[in-house]
Write a protein that binds this ligand. Structure first.
Ligand code: MLT
Ligand code: MN
Ligand code: ZN
Length: 302
């Protein structure tokens, strides 16, 4: 299986258009080691001929143009992109569906709550159905995409800000995609409110795990912006921090000790996260734990 890491930043990307913090300014100025990152998503294929996106960010057009493997063809209006798996209905993971309306339509898989939000609150389903033959499926544990097997783990009930409160969830899932022909396994979990029950088992034997790395510390938003975005707002954004006793890095260290064969990486990096600067001590700490911070465009053969 081939996996392209199309984007690695959280909503807003890096630098964020309206942010003049030191890191965003350094990134804009082209400082070495502070590289731009687009909003997170993957493209996955068993054989290189049919591709599935995992999440569709508003950067999807630029991401596709930057990825030769996703070039159109062989016919004049053919694309190798067959569908998209959505981990949730957040805008940074779904706005890209609207950008794909020029195609004939896609198969979209998502948690039921997310499908409902995309029908009612943010009517993507109704909008794109006027442009092509789109098909919408509840993401089911054990489903297949060609020869690829997909496992689904419910990870939280964190609802997008725009969505009505009366839908129970689960709102957010993680995906485990396995290629039985090669034994390759990738796990994608870019949105974790807390470390979810069952994640240890879900990543068992994985070749590569891409995890929510939105924030380094639990109160990062209050230190990095002067816009009144405090730690309460950060907690409400619902992302487990990397650092600290309850952070994800400590959990990963423990799992690495028992399962040294798994590669770990952080994605969905928020523009406030100091790991975006490769000269920072926080970057050094993550790398010292053996966890990767892959750039956009990284291709994995699993
Ligand atoms: C999140 O990851 O918390 C959301 O995508 C925030 C947003 O709306 O950008
Ligand atoms: Mn997000
Ligand atoms: Zn910034």
């Amino acid at each position: 299986m081939k996996v392209v890491i199309l984007g690695t930043a959280a909503g807003g990307g890096f630098p964020q258009w309206n942010c003049n913090c030191g890191r965003c300014a350094s990134c804009r100025a082209g400082v070495a080691g502070v590289v731009p990152r687009s909003q997170d998503g993957l493209a996955i294929s068993a054989d290189g001929s049919e591709w599935y996106l995992v999440n569709a960010s508003p950067d999807i057009r630029a991401q596709i143009l930057a990825t030769d493997l996703l070039d159109p063809g062989p016919g004049p209006r053919e694309t190798p992109i067959r569908g998209a798996l959505l981990t949730d209905a957040e805008l940074d993971h779904t706005l890209g569906l609207l950008m794909l309306r020029e195609g004939a339509g896609l198969e979209v898989y998502a948690p039921v709550a997310a499908l409902n939000a995309l029908q009612d609150d943010f009517a993507v389903q109704r909008i794109v159905s006027r442009y092509g033959d789109w098909v919408w499926f509840a993401a089911k544990d054990g489903m297949t995409l060609g020869r690829l097997r997909v496992r689904v783990l419910a990870v939280s009930n964190k609802r997008p800000k725009y969505a009505r409160a009366d839908e129970l969830g689960p709102w957010v899932v993680a995906y485990r995609i396995e290629d039985p022909a090669t034994g390759g396994v990738i796990v994608y979990a870019p949105c974790l409110a807390t470390w979810p029950d069952g994640l240890e088992t879900f990543v068992d034997g994985a070749s590569y795990v891409l995890l929510d790395g939105t924030f380094f510390s639990p109160d990062e938003m209050s230190g990095s912006t002067r816009a009144g975005v405090g730690s309460t707002a950060q907690r409400a954004m619902g992302h487990v921090p990397i650092a600290g006793p309850d952070g994800s890095l400590e959990r990963i260290r423990k799992l690495c000790a028992v399962q040294p064969g798994t590669n770990w990486a952080y994605v969905h990096l928020n523009n406030t996260n100091p790991v975006l600067d490769s000269q920072s001590p926080e970057y050094a700490e993550v790398r010292a734990a053996g966890v990767k911070l892959p750039p956009d465009g990284t291709v994995l053969d699993l």
